[in-house]
Every structure is written in C-alpha cells, then in structure tokens.
Design a protein around this ligand. Sequence first.
Ligand SMILES: CC(C)(COP(=O)(O)OP(=O)(O)OC[C@H]1O[C@@H](n2cnc3c(N)ncnc32)[C@H](O)[C@@H]1OP(=O)(O)O)[C@@H](O)C(=O)NCCC(=O)NCCS
Length: 173
Amino acid sequence: MKTTIRPWKIEDAKELSSMLSNPKILDNLRDGLPYPYTVKDGEDYIRAMLAADPNDTFAFAIEVGSVCVGSIGVFRGQNIHSRTAELGYYLAEPYWGKGIMTEAVKATCARVFEVSDILRIYAEPFSRNLASCRVLEKAGFSFEGTMRANAVKNGITEDMRLYALLSPKLNRS
Ligand SMILES: CC(C)(COP(=O)(O)OP(=O)(O)OC[C@H]1O[C@@H](n2cnc3c(N)ncnc32)[C@H](O)[C@@H]1OP(=O)(O)O)[C@@H](O)C(=O)NCCC(=O)NCCS
C-alpha cells in the first residue's frame, strides 16, 4: 500500500497514543515523552504542530491505507544553523520492515527542500539503531561520522551517528 505524508489531524491522537506507548520506540528517541503516552498527550503534540510556524516546523503524519501509522518531522535550527534542520521519525511497530519509513523520509525531505530555504537536513540515530541508519542510507543521506559518547539513554552511554542530506539547490552532494 502507498505511503503518504499529510498534515496532522486531531483525531490522529488515538493512533499516536497507541504507537508511542511502546518502550521499543521510546528507547530509540530522546527523553521527555511520557509513558504511557495518552490520547491527551497526542492531542497536545498535534495542536503544537498545527500552531507552529510552517516555515520552521515541517511535521507530518505518515499514512498507509488511510491509517495514521507514524510521525515524521523536520525542525529548523537557530542562529547560524537557521538553514539547517533536524529530522526525526517513528513508526508503529506492526508496520516495521516494509519500507514505509524510507518512503516517508524521501517524501518529507523532498517537500522541505521544495518549499523552504533549508540547505541541510540531518539526523542523529543511536549507532545501535541499525534500522534507522539503514533508512537514512536508503533515503540518500551521507554518513558523516560517529559522535562518540554523545548521549546517555536509560543510564547507558551511547554513540550516535551523524547523517545529512543536502538540498538539490546547492548542486553538490
Ligand atoms: C527505525 C524505523 C523508523 C524504521 O522504519 P521501517 O519502515 O521499518 O524502515 P524500512 O523498512 O524503510 O527500512 C529498514 C531497513 O533496516 C533494516 N534493518 C531492520 N532491522 C535491522 C537490524 N537489526 N540490523 C540491520 N538492519 C536492519 C531492514 O532490513 C531495512 O533495510 P533493507 O531494506 O536494506 O532490508 C522503525 O523501526 C521505528 O520507528 N523504530 C523506533 C523509533 C526509531 O528508532 N526512530 C528513529 C530514531 S533516530
């Protein structure tokens, strides 16, 4: 089935709540998300995304067969990094391993480069997160290096990998 990205709808909060109440997802994200993640938490997130400046925050629901199955967002940096943006994403566990996130990453980055002046989109998965690293590689990101001991997650010191994709407008890879 086709993977699409679309703006958030408040009704997506139910799916967000069920997909994010999963330690296998939370263990690969930054800290700060509540567990369990309630429908109200999802509604708050969706309202914040809908209220955000659309030139700085590019947040989409991932849809497959008219079901919301994941979340993807590109967030503009500040100061000298104002034309650089960070990519983040997650997918409901039943949908893993079907190529969905690779499609969503490609579609999202193409959209951001088309509608904004962003020059560089980067992502920082944990080095152990081989599926996420592979998604980025398949979506055309370049591996730029390992950031050693860059985070502490669940009490464990983690290496992270830096991947980036440059705007086609820059005309260099
Ligand atoms: C990471 C995540 C987004 C991947 O989404 P997905 O739709 O399953 O990814 P895809 O199917 O497009 O691609 C996954 C690739 O990783 C590979 N892969 C999966 N698990 C792997 C593992 N343990 N070791 C090596 N490769 C692995 C798959 O084989 C596939 O590569 P292939 O097409 O060359 O075979 C999803 O697993 C997820 O949401 N995880 C939890 C949250 C998370 O990690 N978010 C990212 C934070 S940086």
